[in-house]
Write a protein that binds this ligand. Structure first.
Ligand code: FUL
Length: 472
């Protein structure tokens, strides 16, 4: 019998190891950070979940300026924004043809979805929509008629506002018995009522590049908490048929399913304040720059994306405390992660596939080039020699995910002055890498560093290793 390795063609690129992402999923993950906006009647009634009976007249921002939102988001380095076009209270921020419970009936009149999508185009960021399936205003909620209404609204949003990068299907439905139109109790089985497959078909047909978010994807998944972090071990896979909006074992979503059969990376969502909607009393409760920096490392740095919510205030603006905080957050991350101290270092590996996939590809900053050992090699070392001593306390690693997520365990080491390899001290497990893993560790000074891949699903494909030092 011929050994498998003898059959491998190591002159070629490695074969993909499934599940693999679509091109749209890769482009989405590379956005890394983007904003959420919660805005609607709740903003004016000081509520989080309106009953759907607030008169449309209540919606009356005095200085609404979507360009102010987008300018803030751009200054915060974020690449897109998702708007609550309709939250659970059923009020529509655009003049929907299918209901009069919208901006059209408010004193404000203007189409907020239009103004925000236009501002996104003007400033070159992506636009996404949140359309709550649960609707406490519509009298038909709970009947098949409402589901048709929901699809119709989805079609409006998918056709009238240009390219959409993400569509958010919120699994929230209020509990076992809850209120529908006019505060009546309505019972539905949310796993069947909305026929999500049909809704997703509408998105796929009208916006083929949009990534569909729900507890279980199919485009990207909720991370299983609203605190904005993923676990350090984080697979971009799900056993996709098991997870649905409202999935009770949602804590599993913090790590994904190692044995999942579909690509479904995590999105880490949280609000910059305790609530999703604006409440004046929360002006003193805005998350600190330190808290947000920590969340960045535990979302983007844990192979997720970071979706940070801004509760737009009653004037129709991102509050100055929130905008100042988020800009400082971005500046701090820039300071921490823009000087790659491993730039120009010499990368060598214990195994190399061929010239194209050699270790020097890891420091070149290119997405498409990567190092890979030969087929079947799942344990390998990458050694990095710098010209002189460098002090590091962060290392960023990236896998070339178009070929799948592969690494299962690794360790970071440095060489001591007496020539001994010693692991750096990390306070979390170093298991998966995925699109991006940023490991923070107690600072060390050395001129030789080593990433040891201890286990992988197939030969690893690594396209980036960078090192940083932060004293903040
Ligand atoms: C939840 C909703 O119930 C909250 O109001 C908020 O929109 C959050 C992002 O998702 O499921």
């Amino acid at each position: 019998m011929v050994a498998l390795s003898a059959l491998a063609d190591n002159s070629r690129a490695p074969e993909a190891v499934g599940p693999v992402p679509t091109a749209a999923q890769v482009a989405w993950q590379r956005l890394e950070t983007y904003a959420f906006i919660h805005f609607g009647p709740n903003t004016f009634t000081d509520m989080e979940w309106g009953y759907g009976d607030t008169p449309a007249e209540a919606f009356n921002p005095t200085r609404l300026d979507c360009e102010q939102w987008v300018q803030t988001i751009v200054k915060a380095g974020m690449k897109g924004v998702i708007l609550t076009c309709k939250h659970h209270d059923g009020f529509c921020l655009w003049p929907s043809r299918y209901t009069d419970y919208s901006v059209a009936s408010s004193p404000f009149k203007r189409d907020v979805v239009r103004e925000l999508s236009d501002a996104c185009k003007k400033y070159g960021i992506r636009f996404g929509v949140y359309l709550s399936p649960w609707d406490r205003h519509q009298a038909s909620y709970g009947t098949p008629e409402y589901v048709t209404y929901y699809y119709n609204q989805l079609e409006e949003l998918m056709t009238q506002y240009g390219d959409i990068f993400e569509v958010w299907f919120d699994g929230a439905n209020g509990g076992d018995g809850w209120y529908g139109g006019a505060r009546e109790k309505r019972e539905i089985d949310r796993s069947t009522y909305y026929n999500y497959l049909k809704a997703w078909g509408i998105v796929n047909r009208l916006q083929p590049n949009a990534v569909i978010f729900s507890d279980g994807g199919p485009g990207c998944r909720w991370v299983g908490n609203e605190k904005g972090f993923a676990n350090p071990t984080n697979w971009s896979f799900l056993r996709i048929k098991e997870v649905y909006p409202g999935y009770p074992q949602y804590e599993e979503l913090q790590s994904g399913h190692a044995d999942g059969d579909a690509w479904c990376a995590s999105e880490c969502n949280t609000s910059i304040r305790p609530g999703w909607f604006y409440h004046e009393k929360e002006d003193t409760m805005v998350k600190s720059v330190d808290q947000l920096v920590d969340l960045y490392y535990r979302s983007v740095g844990h192979n997720g994306t970071f979706l940070l919510n801004f509760p737009v205030d009653r004037e129709g603006l991102i509050h100055p405390i929130d905008s100042a905080t988020v800009v400082q957050w971005h500046e701090r991350i820039q300071r921490e992660l823009s000087t790659n101290l491993l730039l120009g270092a010499k990368f060598t590996a214990s195994d190399t596939r061929n010239k194209t996939y050699n270790a020097s590809k890891m420091g070149d900053g290119e997405w498409e080039t990567y190092w890979a050992p030969k087929d079947g090699v799942t344990v390998a070392d990458i050694t990095i020699k710098t010209k002189k001593d460098v002090t590091l306390n962060r290392i960023m690693l990236q896998e070339y995910i178009p070929l799948g997520q592969r690494v299962k365990e690794f360790v970071i080491e440095y060489k001591t002055c007496c020539g001994k390899w010693v692991p750096v001290i990390v306070d979390e497990e170093t298991t998966t890498i995925g699109y991006k893993r940023i490991v923070r560790f107690a600072e060390k000074t050395a001129s030789e560093w080593r990433i040891r891949i201890l286990d992988a699903r197939a030969c690893p494909c690594i396209n980036n290793i960078e090192g940083f030092y932060s004293n903040e």
